[in-house]
Write a protein that binds this ligand. Structure first.
Ligand code: ADP
Length: 375
């Protein structure tokens, strides 16, 4: 019962009104008990002095005096009950209205951009169970915290994008200034450098667009039973030439009798291309890259193994974060924006799969693997 009252405002209000009524009743009863006889006696005494009147008049007077006496007593009772109701309602409105007003003011300040705004949680300090108001304040604070986090991420993203755009733009500016001043020769090599930087900008903008699309979930998956071998073949066909050019061996190792996976062929092709492309980029000539596919319970595990530069353990947990690059200059030289793995992670998770990175350490190769549900 106590628990019920503590958790529900409704019961608290009900209880408070009950208290008011109880006080009223007690006051009326005590007034009838003590005040009425005293008042009645006083009026009877006044009546006795005019006893000359006849009996009918006496009856009338008696009633009028009794009525006056009760009215007096009830007036007193009502005054006390009114004061009690006033004090109680003030107390209740303080407990109910003040937190609501505080939340209204805080939401206004949040709307004005002050995302660090929080409200006090009524009953939150006493360690007892919270009522609806306490829980509302708690939810309000959670909402404010998540808005603040979104805002921080937004600012961070703008900062990152600005930073990423600055490098190629200042390179282009540098080349152009060199050309204008005649420091750089106006020949094909110089123009190719400018073209490469413009190309990098284009790729960055494309990746950003893709990132915003996958982060907002604004893409549709056309899930179909897809043979794993076809996914792997598409990737090897697309990148085979580049592997040959760099002198890195590309192998495949697919378990026989693998069931088809439930996947959007285009999207998963994009993920695989990103992983195999990274493996090629971070593996020096003479190295090997292997795409493997194995059954793993109700899923198929696809993994890309390389004998490349590897990843130090302290960097491993961050490689899926946006714009994270272990070696900024090396990645940038290869046109990397640090967004590819973030997009890959979103796409794999949209397929109810999981993506992971592993490495035995710098210089000892890396393994990127992801799962896809069996169709
Ligand atoms: P990028 O476009 O820079 O390659 P990604 O998001 O694809 O961006 O990868 C993030 C970072 O993870 C890379 O900059 C690189 O430092 C690291 N990385 C990714 N794949 C490999 C790999 N196969 N071997 C070593 N490091 C890798």
């Amino acid at each position: 019962m106590l628990r019920l009252i503590r958790r529900h405002l409704r019961w608290k209000l009900f209880l408070s009104y009950m208290v008011v009524i109880l006080i009223g009743t007690v006051v009326v009863a005590s007034a009838a008990e003590f005040a009425v006889p005293a008042a009645f006696e006083r009026h009877m005494a006044a009546m006795a002095s005019s006893m000359s009147a006849d009996s009918e008049q006496l009856e009338l007077d008696l009633y009028a005096n009794f009525h006056q006496a009760t009215t007096e007593a009830l007036g007193l009772a009502m005054l006390v009950a009114f004061v009690a109701a006033l004090v109680l309602s003030l107390f209740i409105s303080r407990r109910v209205v003040l937190p609501v007003q505080e939340m209204m003011a805080a939401s206004q300040r949040i709307a004005d951009g002050h995302y660090d705004e929080r409200v006090g949680v009524p009953g939150g300090t006493s360690g007892e169970e919270l009522d609806e108001l306490g829980r509302l304040a708690q939810c309000f604070n959670q909402m404010a915290a998540s808005l603040q986090q979104t805002e921080t991420m937004r600012l961070e993203l703008i900062g990152n994008v600005a930073h990423e755009l600055r490098t190629p733009l200042s390179s282009i500016q540098g080349y152009m200034e060199g050309l204008i001043d005649g420091v750089l020769p106006a020949e094909a090599e110089t123009f190719q450098q400018v073209h490469r930087e413009a190309d990098r900008l284009q790729r960055l903008v494309h990746d950003l667009q893709e990132l915003s699309r996958v982060e907002a979930g604004a893409f549709e998956l056309k899930l179909r039973p897809t043979p794993v071998s076809r996914l792997v073949e598409t990737a090897t066909a697309r990148l085979g030439r580049q592997f040959e050019d760099k002198g890195v061996v590309l192998e495949t190792d697919i378990s026989p009798n693998l069931p088809p996976v439930q996947a959007d062929e285009g999207r998963i092709g994009q993920v695989l291309l990103n992983l195999v492309g990274n493996a090629l980029q971070y593996t020096p000539a003479g190295g090997r890259v292997c795409i493997r596919a194995r059954r793993q319970g109700r899923a198929v595990l696809l993994s890309v193994h390389d004998t490349g530069i590897g990843i130090a353990p302290e960097h491993l947990p961050h490689v899926f974060q946006r714009f994270y690059r272990v070696d900024k200059s090396r990645s940038r030289a290869g046109g990397g924006s640090g967004i590819g793995l973030t997009i890959a992670q979103h796409l794999v998770e949209a397929h109810d799969g999981e993506i992971q990175a592993a490495s035995a350490g710098p210089g000892r190769g890396s393994v990127f693997s992801f799962t896809l549900p069996v169709a």
